[in-house]
Design a protein around this ligand. Structure first.
Ligand SMILES: [Zn+2]
Length: 252
């Protein structure tokens, strides 16, 4: 049964990964996210259901458009596999629970906004608003209770998001250089709601290390910080509590 559900989680993740790719692509180009069928980016041919099966279509068509033969960016299939894997791990770690569903929903939003930021250098607000609403819904469903969940989330978000905002403003005042963008700070605020203060702080450290790697690899002026923050958050959502316990073990 567990094996079957794990496979189901993978299929669900890969499918939602495909949807998020489509949403992000349209959002980055300021197109309507709803309406209109999916089309090939190059020849504009309308895609049929068979062309849109996550991962499978890409493999069967060997990464090319069926109609014009143009190569399809591997970004789609890579992110579909990644979200499928994340969903499977979420299910295996958190079981059939509200916590698993909560993590899966946030991971979808993180994938979508990371893809848009890579294309446009902007973190789109709709994903952040979705994140806040998603957190709010699950405050009422999580085992720790409404009061504790609300307090720990708000405390983390205001402390970490606000703290980073203050540091950024001071840094920009002193150096007269632009550093982390407002959208990325808003993202830190939203993910900290989900993680609470302890894991949220660990997430900040992990995101900063990954961010430095991104700065080093991309060597550009405009660094997208949403992907490193998102990767760190996914890790912390799935392994955060275990990491904090392991760390606390040193002091016992
Ligand atoms: Zn085509």
């Amino acid at each position: 049964m567990t094996g079957f559900l794990a496979v189901l989680a993978f299929v669900l993740g890969a499918s939602l990964g495909s949807v998020m790719n489509c949403v992000a692509w349209r959002m980055a180009r300021k197109e309507s996210v709803l309406h209109s069928r999916s089309r090939c980016v190059r020849c504009g041919h309308e895609l049929k259901a068979l062309d849109l099966v996550p991962i499978v279509s890409w493999l069967l068509l060997r990464g090319k458009c069926r109609y014009c033969g143009e190569k399809i960016s591997p970004r789609y299939v890579i992110t579909e596999v990644l979200l499928g894997a994340v969903f499977t791990i979420a299910f295996l770690r958190l079981g059939l629970s509200w916590a698993a569903l909560r993590a899966m929903g946030l991971c979808c939003a993180l994938l979508g906004l990371s893809l848009v930021e890579l294309d446009t250098q902007d973190v789109p607000d709709p994903f952040l608003v979705f994140g806040i609403l998603w957190w709010l819904v699950f405050v009422f469903l999580m085992p720790e209770g409404v009061r504790d969940g609300m307090l720990s989330g708000m405390f983390a978000a205001i402390g970490i998001g606000g703290g980073m905002l203050a540091i950024t403003l001071a840094y920009e005042k002193v150096t007269k250089k632009e550093s982390i963008k407002g959208g990325d700070l808003k993202l830190l605020f939203v993910v900290s709601l989900f993680l609470g203060p302890l894991v949220g702080l660990m997430n900040l450290i992990l995101a900063a290390i990954l961010g430095l790697v991104f700065v080093y690899v991309m060597r550009s002026q405009k660094i997208p910080f949403a992907p490193p923050i998102s990767i760190a958050t996914v890790f912390c959502l799935l392994f955060g509590t275990a990491m904090v316990d392991w760390y606390a073990g040193f002091f016992r």
